[in-house]
Ligand binder design. Structure first.
Ligand code: NAG
Length: 325
């Protein structure tokens, strides 16, 4: 450990690299204690002065936020619901997502987040190019940076996130799924990172997260060829963790995601947060630095109430009652 820390110090001094372990502690220390701002279906849905687009969905209905109950308590489902545009990421949808993710970040009742679509056959068709065509170029860059920031925030949520891909996920839609910890898809779902032959490269993390997920060579092949893969192929290259046969209701991937989320529920929330942070940060550095990050993370869990409760429960042979901190 001493050697590892010396190594980090040396690295920092020599290369001016950000202090990974220090950053980790800082991130861990930032205990979110804001009251949950969102509840029930009204989440992310602040009415926007009654604006409406004729037959199109009202803006606040484009992202449905549901806090599940009973055996699924602790699971929050974000449902894309912009059917007239195949869930394309518009300014409004990104704004809704940003609000929802922001609220989830500091809500201690949330244990796992599932991202899905409420629109049959579609996960998300990517950026809303129709809307973009009407934007001024300065507007485009601020929109793309907001989309990117929102997707990063999603990736950094302190709880596990699962993308349930029951239909087509293209471009920004797949980038969104790549920012989740785990992806589950129906075998019929179509996935591709580069939407068309437009002169657009992935701008919301795709060129970075795809190679980190499936490896450099395959990622390049997929991007260079603009290839679209189905669920089976996505599974075979490691783009998704589970592939399922679609069912009549069209929500087989969601059902699988729900079963997965249920497996996560009994775990201690502090341990989950710290483990995700250790993995996410550790994957970006060399092993020695990564092990130092793990040690810093581990040390953070020792004094927590969760851990004490976990050990007590173990001694008393009962299930732990985690509260999170
Ligand atoms: C989804 O959008 C439709 C309109 O396309 C709307 O009627 C419906 O209420 C929305 N669903 C939710 C759950 O917000």
């Amino acid at each position: 450990m001493a050697a590892a820390l010396r190594g980090i110090g040396l690295l920092r001094a020599r290369l001016g690299l950000p202090a990974a372990a220090a950053a980790t502690s800082a991130a861990l220390g930032r205990a979110p204690h804001r009251a949950p701002a969102l509840r029930g279906g009204a989440a992310a849905a602040r009415p926007s002065a009654g604006r409406s687009y004729g037959s199109q969905a009202k803006e606040e209905e484009e992202l449905r936020v549901r806090y599940l109950d009973d055996e699924h308590k602790g699971i929050v489902v974000l449902g894309l619901n912009r059917s007239h545009a195949k869930n394309a990421l518009s300014k409004n949808l990104v704004k809704m997502m940003s609000k929802a993710v922001d609220a989830l970040k500091s809500d201690k009742k949330v244990r796992t987040v599932i991202f899905r679509s409420e629109v049959p056959g579609i996960f998300c068709a990517g950026a809303d190019l129709k809307e973009r065509a009407k934007m001024h170029s300065s507007e485009v860059s601020s929109f793309v940076s907001r989309a990117r920031a929102t997707i990063n925030e999603l990736a950094n949520l302190p709880v596990p996130t699962i993308a349930a891909i029951d239909g087509t996920a293209l471009g920004g839609g797949l980038e969104l799924a790549l920012a989740c910890d785990i992806r589950v898809a129906a075998s019929s779902a179509k996935m591709g990172l580069v939407e068309t032959k437009l002169a657009i490269i992935p701008g919301a993390g795709g060129t970075q997260r795809l190679p980190r997920t499936i490896g450099v060579s395959l990622a390049k092949e997929l991007i260079f060829s603009a290839r679209v893969v189905d669920g089976e192929e996505a599974k075979s290259i490691g783009l998704i963790s589970h592939v399922v046969e679609q069912n009549e209701a069209g929500d087989a991937a969601y059902k699988r995601a729900l079963a997965l989320a249920k497996e996560f529920l009994p775990q201690g929330p502090v341990a989950m947060r710290v483990a995700k942070l250790a993995i996410n940060q550790g994957m970006e550095v060399d092993l020695v630095t990564g092990l130092a990050i793990e040690e810093a993370c581990y040390a953070q869990t020792i004094p927590t109430k969760d851990r004490i409760e976990g050990l007590l429960a173990f001694k008393e042979k009962r299930p732990p009652r985690y509260k999170g901190e």
